[in-house]
Design a protein around this ligand. Structure first.
Ligand SMILES: Nc1ncnc2c1ncn2[C@@H]1O[C@H](COP(=O)(O)OP(=O)(O)OP(=O)(O)O)[C@@H](O)[C@H]1O
Ligand SMILES: [Mg+2]
Length: 194
């Protein structure tokens, strides 16, 4: 597994001239993200604001390589993520997580909520002991205002706001140091958002 040393002179994340283009019909390209640069320090929060369709979600997805960038670079603590091997990239997926804008589309309907939250813990072998792992899932559910009893239910049995909380619990499960929150609390009511 890749060992990265925290370098205090480097920002946590540095995005340089990021580009993501989509094809939009014959001979047409849509420049959803065109030359975006910014950096984020450890512990810092950066908000992306703009009208619907301006490319906010695409920026987040391209940083996490859910979309392959068409140009530019993303550096995590100084390491160019496009230069990492598959095994190294896996280590980064533990550090970088995303809460998706649409929790219904991002939760596998065939998995229970407990299984959804547990998946990352299994992939990264964080809690090899089954009962400790389940304990961690229950803690995460409680952390987002749900309860242990919710673990055996499926995503369709939840309200929109509850599903969004499941997405938040999943993103927090691996204790990431970088979190993309794509309208992470828009489906929650104002008191819960706080
Ligand atoms: N997978 C895709 N394939 C083709 N076009 C896409 C894809 N994803 C996004 N787009 C287009 O890229 C542009 C930016 O979309 P994006 O979802 O990033 O916007 P957004 O700023 O997040 O909007 P919203 O505030 O509505 O969530 C839009 O014109 C959208 O239609
Ligand atoms: Mg969006």
């Amino acid at each position: 597994m890749l060992q990265t040393q925290y370098n205090p002179t480097e920002p946590l994340l540095r995005v340089e001239n990021l580009k993501k283009y989509f094809s939009a019909g014959k001979h047409q390209i849509l420049k959803a993200v065109d030359d975006v640069s910014f950096s984020i320090n450890r512990g810092e929060t950066l908000g992306l604001v703009g009208e619907s369709g301006c490319g906010k979600t695409t920026v987040g997805r391209t940083i996490l390589r859910l979309y392959e960038p068409d140009g530019g670079h993303v550096f995590y603590e100084g390491t160019d993520l496009s230069q990492t091997s598959r095994a190294e990239w896996k280590a980064y997926t533990r550090k970088m997580q995303m809460v998706f804008q649409d929790p219904y589309a991002s939760l596998n309907p065939f998995f229970t909520v407990g299984e959804i939250i547990e998946e990352g813990l299994l992939i990264h072998k964080l809690f090899p002991n089954r009962s400790e792992r389940h304990q961690r899932v229950y803690e995460l559910l409680e952390q987002v205002g749900l309860s242990k009893e919710h673990a055996n239910r499926f995503p369709h049995e939840f309200s929109g706001g509850q599903r969004q909380r499941v997405g938040i619990a999943r993103a927090l499960a691996l204790n990431p140091s970088f979190l993309v929150c794509d309208e992470a609390i828009s489906a929650l009511d104002v008191s819960i958002q706080a």
